[in-house]
Design a protein around this ligand. Sequence first.
Ligand SMILES: *Cc1c(COP(=O)(O)O)cnc(C)c1O
Length: 427
Amino acid sequence: MPISEELFERARRVIPGGVNSPVRAFRRLERAPFFVARAQGAHLWDEDGREYIDYVGTWGPAILGHAPACVMEAVQRTVPNGLGYGIPTRVEVDMAEHLCRRVPGMQMVRMTNSGTEATMSAVRLARGFTGRPYIIKFAGCYHGHADSLLVSAGSGALTGGQPDSAGVPPEFAALTIVLPYNNPAAVEQAFKQYAGKIAGVIVEPYPGNAGFYLPKPGYLQFLRDITAREGALLIFDEVMTGFRISTSGVAGKEGITADITTLGKVIGGGLPVGAFGGRRDIMECVAPLGPVYQAGTLSGNPVAMAAGLAQLTHLEEHDCYGRLEALGARLEEGVRAALHDLHLPFTFKRSGSMFCLFFTEQDVVDLETASSGSFPMFKQYFLSMLEQGVYVAPSPYETGFISTSHTEDDIDRTTAAMRNALAALAK
Ligand SMILES: *Cc1c(COP(=O)(O)O)cnc(C)c1O
């Protein structure tokens, strides 16, 4: 039996589903996940010695590829001084200054240990600052697994949210209004119906958790304008897109400044880090300055800060975004050529190093259209790619990530594998 399968059998006895985060279990794919032994650059090696070109990139953080020299060096430099003290350190100030310099509207920032903590705290802060109870989120946008945000598909645009998870009483989710993305009228209507009661709108400015798709022109500006007009806060959840789409995230690229921005993934350089920050008067509500409580035993951990800062500094000092765009464009060209040649009408979305192939002919603009793809086709495609040594995310609802470590040759081998996998579907 392959070593990965043996490990998975052991894992399933002692870890729910054998994994520490659900998508890793490959459940709907009817095969065991592979267990990784090591990774370098754009490549992974599993416990059975098989090599893969990786487009999951630790689900976003590995923008320089795995184990980049600058990050490894920062960790090795920091570790001999101790792993953390729970007392302020210099590197936390360096990190906060870097984030405030780069992220539009970020005047103060608080570090957390995950994206979930960052978004949960941002929502608490929006409620504490405005003194209002309701939050608007969009169907298909993922903001971590805090109770009030684990709500995706409300039955109607303006009915109270239906909890996605058992263990979230409807009462907990009743203050979360779930609306379709890219639909300004729904937002207008909610602000009318809940006048003076909406604390904020939380949004993935480029949604990357139901596949990857983009805002219609003017949509993010509309959210900026209506929240400002209504005295609600605009929260950009850039946990995935921050320092991925540009050094200043989607906000910088689109020229829109949110009131609060949440970060994670890339800013930790592969270690567990999140952050939320924004306008000074809002952030001054956070404890110990203000009444909104938020804390963390390991928050601002010096090893994690050093790793993250090394990655962010590298991104700033080299032309990484130019390279990521060039690699992304090369991949897109190859995919589009294959789809064209094989007469497959599938939808492909990309911005820079983020991409998604949807097994549907519909344009994808929200959760409904993102869910219109064929799962059996995705499954066949995924298994074929894996067989050919290319690891794309094991779910049709995930974004693909390119790193600066991918080579032109990696991209060309990938598009050749895609062409093979898609050709089998065209038959
Ligand atoms: C990954 C993600 C989160 C949650 O971050 P974790 O570190 O997994 O808790 C929140 N928001 C968005 C947009 C994400 O992509």
